[in-house]
Design a protein around this ligand. Structure first.
Ligand code: ATR
Length: 273
């Protein structure tokens, strides 16, 4: 019988995870069943327990349950602990292991898929919510020259950078404090584009030939990417690669086989024009 996996969220109807994992399973010859579970807002723990009790092997977790997923874990892994949230669970030997592959996936998409090395460059990260928090340590591990976290609520930016401890490369500030600083890579880790909004950055933050990365996927040319293009950024990307890479990490963690991501990214990419 196929081993069972699923994505849990609310809402979950539009999740691409079943399609992505189905493509991975076909490409690697793995016999799995992967479904979507729409979960009541107050029913996450019971849903996870029910799935596990019925023999389920692992879950992807999406909004708004990523923080609860970490809290449920009996063995939270370091990246999930650092992010304060988990996006993948694995059930084995009576344990609930929790991982967070988002930050690793972002770095892999930038460096490996998009050919945008982070070492020695100036990086600006917009946002200090769950998405930005998960990205912070994996980005710093690539040794950028500087990484500035900017957020509307400056106290949150200060907190997430403060949690890193001694980290001379990382700084925080408010949007009004950026002055005429320029960055080689600007990453939108806010949820602004989900609402068609533009974070309050000036076009001048983009250095000539900069790269702009939108963590949200499938929205085409968002206000952030539009500004980046007008400001002279030469490489624009949305989060489709990050989505597929985090799925591949989860698949490898569950199944011990890492699928190729390029064909799946190509299949799901939405034109940015
Ligand atoms: P997620 O898990 O997607 O990061 P979140 O934790 O709710 O979601 O965080 C949303 C982030 O997007 C926050 O950094 C938020 O900024 P504030 O903390 O200042 O609210 C940011 N955000 C949302 N809409 C924004 C907008 N229109 N402009 C700038 N930042 C925005």
């Amino acid at each position: 019988m196929s081993e069972r996996y699923a994505v849990v969220g609310h809402p979950v109807a539009h999740s691409l995870s079943p399609l992505i994992h189905g493509l991975f399973a076909a490409a690697t010859g793995q016999d799995i069943e992967y479904t979507k579970i729409e979960c009541a807002l107050d029913g996450f723990a019971a849903t996870v327990e029910g799935f596990r009790a019925a023999g389920g092997r692992g879950l992807n977790v999406t909004v708004p349950f990523k923080v609860q997923a970490l809290q449920l874990a009996t063995r939270p892994q370091p990246a999930a602990r650092a992010a304060g949230a988990a996006n993948a669970l694995r059930f084995a030997a009576g344990e609930i292991e929790a991982e967070n592959f988002d930050g690793l996936a972002l770095v892999r998409d930038l460096t490996h898929n998009l050919g945008t090395p982070l070492a020695g460059v100036r990086v600006l990260l917009l946002g200090a919510g769950g998405a930005a928090r998960g990205a912070l340590r994996p980005l710093l591990a690539e040794r950028p020259a500087v990484l500035v976290v900017v957020n509307r609520d400056v106290a949150k930016a200060r907190q997430v950078v403060g949690e890193l401890g001694h980290e001379p490369r990382a700084r925080w500030c408010g949007y009004g404090d950026l002055g005429d600083e320029r960055f080689d890579i600007v990453i939108d880790g806010t949820s602004a584009s989900l609402h068609g909004e533009l974070p309050p950055i000036a076009a001048s933050v983009f250095a000539p030939g900069a790269s702009a990365y939108e963590m949200v996927y499938g929205k085409g040319l968002t206000p952030f990417l539009r500004l980046a293009r007008q400001a002279g950024a030469t490489r624009l990307a949305d989060g489709v690669g990050m989505l597929v890479e985090q799925a591949a990490e989860a698949f490898a963690w569950w199944r011990g086989v890492r699928p190729a991501t390029a064909p799946v990214i190509e299949r799901l990419a939405v034109p940015l024009a």
